[in-house]
Design a protein around this ligand. Structure first.
Ligand code: MN
Ligand code: MN
Length: 464
């Protein structure tokens, strides 16, 4: 009797792997293989755009510039400066009645090269770096690193760089002090153990000609000149990003998890992109955002704070023939969004930072954050109860496992996403993503069950 009452009244929050059909389990593992493949090809935002464009075109999406008119069922994309991307499937309803947006980001914490990166010291050549996003600096020493990005010459020629991923490529490394001599370093606070100015990448040690000063540097420049046809000055107009060289892999004896770099937030990018590819005959226009610069505050013309997204939606209004003065504001005020960004997963090794009753757990499905922010919800976009209820209804009617969580205990810290940017335009928004362990580390951990739940969630949202 009492058991029945519990069954009826408790929010059970069970782990998803329990009582899973073998078909569902197969679907989860197959989907995750595609995701691991995407991660390995898309370590930086520019590569994520290339991979996403390829997937989109294979599924019938075309550049919006090639359309003169848009009709229901049309599938379009727009690439912003090779670093962020918007996609849309036009629905049968008018856009002015609102659109359904899923927004993730494809930039991840990393080390950028400084504008004048190359120097030589005591027979060793280095690239100086400037870290991007919230990192724990000590995690970036003594691991294999690769270099990705572009060098653009004054004549506009763009050279793509990707070195350290192929088995035949060399890798690079940032050294750390041996424990024998680290007495003083070990007394420092963890955050000061490695200095930002010491995150220098070791590049080479053979001199070009032993008579010259800076001959090792010269040799490196000569190699770069032969390989990429560049000079030192060409590095001034480059965007070269240093990222972990290791590959994303299945984690655990049971293969239930994914370990990989940049899962914040490519896990939500890939799952939402995949969901968008599956859409057919939808009512409400579906829009997918793959944004850049989230990790450093979403500023600039490839970040969500820019007006580029407004421009894209205006183009949809223009090309569907719907546009009239100020209609864009109305579109946003009647729209819904899932801000698809990762959540801090509960880590039993660091249980003290979480409120177990309100934490997101690996393997319990997609994690919703009604609000983020810090301290007294400072800077939070707090989703309205009415909207949370609407989202719950979508999830529950599709039997999708979900959890509603907070990012850590009150007053411990906090975080933010792109949610507030769209909410400020008038959109109903809730954060909704995959829980991650070791977030922002060179190797992050997610659960395959949650990855597949994210895919199902974004699909159900767009089809609602
Ligand atoms: Mn994120
Ligand atoms: Mn992040």
């Amino acid at each position: 009797m009492e058991e029945n009452l519990k069954e009826k009244l408790f929010n059970k929050k069970e782990f998803g792997w329990k009582n899973l059909s073998s078909e569902e389990k197969d679907a989860i593992f197959t989907f995750s293989n595609g995701y691991i493949n995407f991660l390995n090809k898309s370590k930086i935002e520019r590569e994520a755009v290339i991979s996403s464009k390829e997937i989109a075109e294979q599924n019938g999406f075309r550049d919006i510039a090639t359309f003169e008119r848009l009709n229901p069922g049309d599938k379009v994309y727009f690439i912003n400066r090779a670093k962020s991307m918007y996609l849309a499937v036009i629905g049968t309803e008018k856009l002015e009645n609102g659109i359904n947006i899923v927004g993730s980001h494809i930039d991840s914490p990393r080390l950028d090269l400084k504008p004048n990166p190359l120097y030589e010291d005591t027979g060793l050549a280095y690239f100086k770096t400037h870290y991007y996003g919230g990192i724990k600096k000590y995690q970036w020493t003594t691991i294999p690193l690769s270099i990705h990005g572009v060098i653009v010459k004054p004549n506009g020629e763009k050279i793509c760089v990707n070195i350290g991923e192929d088995e035949n490529d060399p890798i690079f490394v940032i050294t750390d002090l041996l424990p024998h001599l680290a007495q003083d370093q070990m007394e420092k606070k963890l955050k000061n153990g490695i200095d930002g100015e010491d995150l220098n990448l070791l590049l080479g040690s053979i001199p070009y000609d032993s008579k010259d000063a800076e001959s090792v540097k010269l040799n490196i420049l000569n190699i770069l000149n032969q390989k990429y046809n560049i000079t030192e000055a060409d590095l001034l107009s480059s965007e070269l990003e240093v990222v972990p060289a290791f590959k994303a892999r299945s984690l655990g004896f049971d293969g239930s998890m994914v370990a990989g770099y940049g899962q914040d937030d490519k896990v939500c990018a890939y799952t939402s992109l995949s969901a968008m590819m599956s859409l057919q005959n939808i009512k409400t226009t579906a829009v997918c955002i793959l944004s850049d610069k989230e990790e450093i505050g979403s500023m600039g013309n490839t970040g969500m704070e820019s007006h580029m997204f407004d421009y894209f939606i205006s183009e949809l209004l223009n090309k569907t023939g719907e546009n009239r003065p100020n209609l864009l504001d109305k579109v946003f005020c009647f729209s819904k969004m899932l801000s698809a960004d990762v959540d801090a997963g509960f880590d039993p090794l660091y249980a003290s930072v979480s409120d177990k009753t309100n934490a997101g757990f690996l393997g319990k499905g997609i994690s919703l954050n009604k609000y983020t922010g810090a301290r007294g919800k400072s800077g939070a976009s707090d989703a309205n109860a009415e909207y949370v209820a609407w989202v719950r209804n979508v999830l529950e009617s599709h039997d999708i496992r979900y959890q509603v969580a907070e990012l850590g205990k009150v007053d411990i810290g906090g975080g933010g996403t792109i949610a507030y940017i769209l909410a400020n335009k008038g959109v109903d928004v809730i954060d909704c993503g995959v829980p991650v362990l070791s977030m922002h580390a060179p190797y992050e951990v997610t659960s395959k069950f949650d990855i597949y739940s994210a895919y199902k969630t974004y699909k159900a949202f767009w089809e609602a």
